[in-house]
Design a protein around this ligand. Structure first.
Ligand code: NG6
Ligand code: CA
Length: 506
């Protein structure tokens, strides 16, 4: 008996010694929690850790200083819905014609499809999405007065608390577990995207009631002093206050984490900042000299700080992999007169890169991106080429899952790149915008497209990168994409056009 005890004890000691002597990466550990903090319309140059001077982002800087800061990491597209589609499915968005959706669009992800949430659920994770959705809900135009199906639950999320589309689109209500929050039966919601309904004033009729003037497309129903895209009636007890986004979402995110602190959880935390209408809470108003756009960056940084503090307070920060990034590049005037253009000063929202939201140039998709996992990820910088479409396969590998290329056809395992153990990023990648581009090593090819930009974009000074001629840039020599080399290297143009068509399956 005594001998048996002794043998057991010595085995235990040997195990502990073995484990502590192993290199860190080989040590068995409980599956890490995974937290994707996904912000909206934040550009490469918008954070102080990426060189911004006109705004300070101490909480995100702390992640960068103690984690891995990426210099060539991309969203899959230069607008929201396509990027989010790719992140969740591991598929380029063009494969499903995913484009910016109206607020009453049906869910664009087929519930039969295995999403990143399904995959992590299978790996034993509790899954949640909190914040901006913009992937559609329901089968047709949703009925907002009953349970809205299919939605996040049908594509793998155990819990959801959503801004259904964008803050500038009706309905302006939160949807928790697929039901509108605080809805009163006697005051049902109706939504229309083509004509006025109900009696609520619109921005076109009553501009004097607005906190911010807006362009024609954003001059639908006024809710909380802000006119929106689209029209709605009813649901008055459910209408959100934009100025409360930061506190409401922080509270929901903390509640989810706290509830599931003892299990591995996956949280897709999708912050509506800094998308229009920028309406930061009073405590952030005036935080910068740049008006609401700058102040909203500070609010967003505060939200990151709140969630990190929560992880530390619960003692689970060391076992949580945090991935911070944005869905598309920056935009100043996106429909509301919030002085973003007038107050920009020396600040460069895309850093040195050309273009921004809606653009085929680098500013459209090159995103501020940080991975953070204390004791596992060594602080540093990575110049590896990475695309958010790769999160699916990378997180699958990190959690011991098989990647099925039928489900996530464009996703590549970049787990070691995300952890900083490898600088071997992608060799090539697609970039989606109104047109398509391809990166291959230092080369960047932009496919010609003689399409007119939509009317709502035509009168804004947004560089879409559209041209009826092919464009070719060498990013190593010319990261600003100023010297089109297509005439000089016609063979390269041909080669990349062919490669692009191959990816498109043509
Ligand atoms: C555009 C909106 C813009 C923004 C964008 C979606 C107009 C004039 N502009 O159509 O304000 O809402 O859609 O942004 O309607 S995204 O970040 O969700 O892609
Ligand atoms: Ca966006």
């Amino acid at each position: 008996m005594k001998l048996k005890k002794l043998t057991l004890l010595s085995a235990a000691i040997t195990f502990v010694l073995l484990v502590t002597c192993m290199p860190k990466q080989m040590q068995p550990r409980q599956k890490p929690n995974i937290l994707i903090i996904y912000v909206d319309d934040l550009g490469y140059g918008d954070l102080s850790c990426y060189g911004a001077k006109a705004v300070k982002t101490p909480h995100i800087d702390e992640l960068a200083n103690n984690g891995l800061l990426f210099t060539d990491a991309h969203s899959s597209a230069s607008t929201c819905t396509p990027s989010r589609y790719s992140l969740l499915t591991g598929s380029y968005a063009f494969r499903n014609n995913a484009a910016i959706l109206p607020g009453d669009a049906p869910l664009i992800i087929d519930p039969e499809r295995v999403t990143i949430a399904d995959m992590l659920k299978k790996a034993g994770y509790i899954t949640g999405v909190i914040g901006k959705w913009h992937l559609g809900l329901g089968n047709g135009e949703p009925d907002w007065n009953i349970e809205i199906k299919p939605g996040p639950k049908e594509i793998g999320f155990d819990y959801s608390f959503l801004i259904p589309a964008t803050a500038d689109r009706v309905p302006t209500v939160f949807v928790e577990n697929q039901r509108v929050v605080n809805l009163e039966k006697e005051n049902p919601i109706e939504v229309s995207y083509d004509h006025k309904i109900g009696t609520l004033p619109t921005g076109l009729e009553h501009p004097e009631q607005l906190k911010m003037k807006a362009d024609t497309q954003h001059s639908g129903t006024i809710i909380n002093g802000i006119s929106r895209i689209g029209f709605m009636s009813g649901g008055s007890s459910a209408h959100w206050k934009d100025e409360e986004f930061a506190t409401v979402l922080s509270q929901k995110a903390k509640a989810f984490i706290t509830k599931h602190k003892d299990k591995p959880f996956f949280m897709y935390y999708s912050l509506p900042s800094i998308h229009v209408p920028r309406s930061p809470n009073a405590k952030f108003v005036g935080a910068t000299e740049m008006g609401p756009r700058g102040d909203d960056i500070v609010q967003m940084d505060w939200m990151v700080g709140e969630i990190m503090k929560n992880l530390r307070d619960l003692g689970i920060d060391k076992n949580t992999l945090v991935i911070f990034s944005s869905d598309n590049g920056p935009v100043l005037d996106d429909g509301y007169a919030d002085n973003a253009v007038e107050l920009i000063g020396e600040h460069q929202p895309s850093g040195i890169y050309r273009g921004g939201k809606y653009s085929a140039y680098e500013g459209g998709t090159r995103m501020p991106t940080i991975t953070y996992w204390p004791d596992v990820i060594k602080p540093g910088r990575s110049d590896a080429l990475f695309n958010q479409v790769d999160l699916f396969a990378s997180l699958a590998t990190l959690t011991g899952q098989q990647v099925d290329n039928k489900n996530a056809p464009d996703s590549k395992d970049m787990s070691q790149v995300l952890l900083g153990n490898s600088s071997d990023g992608r060799k090539s990648m697609l970039q989606e915008s109104f047109t398509m581009s391809i990166r291959s090593g230092a080369w960047k090819y932009i496919e010609p497209l003689s399409k007119e930009v939509p009317d709502w974009l035509a009168n804004k000074t947004i560089e879409t990168g559209l041209s009826s001629a092919p464009q070719l840039y060498n990013l190593k020599e010319d990261p600003e994409e100023m010297n089109d080399l297509s005439a000089k290297y016609p063979e390269k143009v041909k080669e990349l056009a062919k490669e692009l068509n191959r990816i498109k399956g043509m």
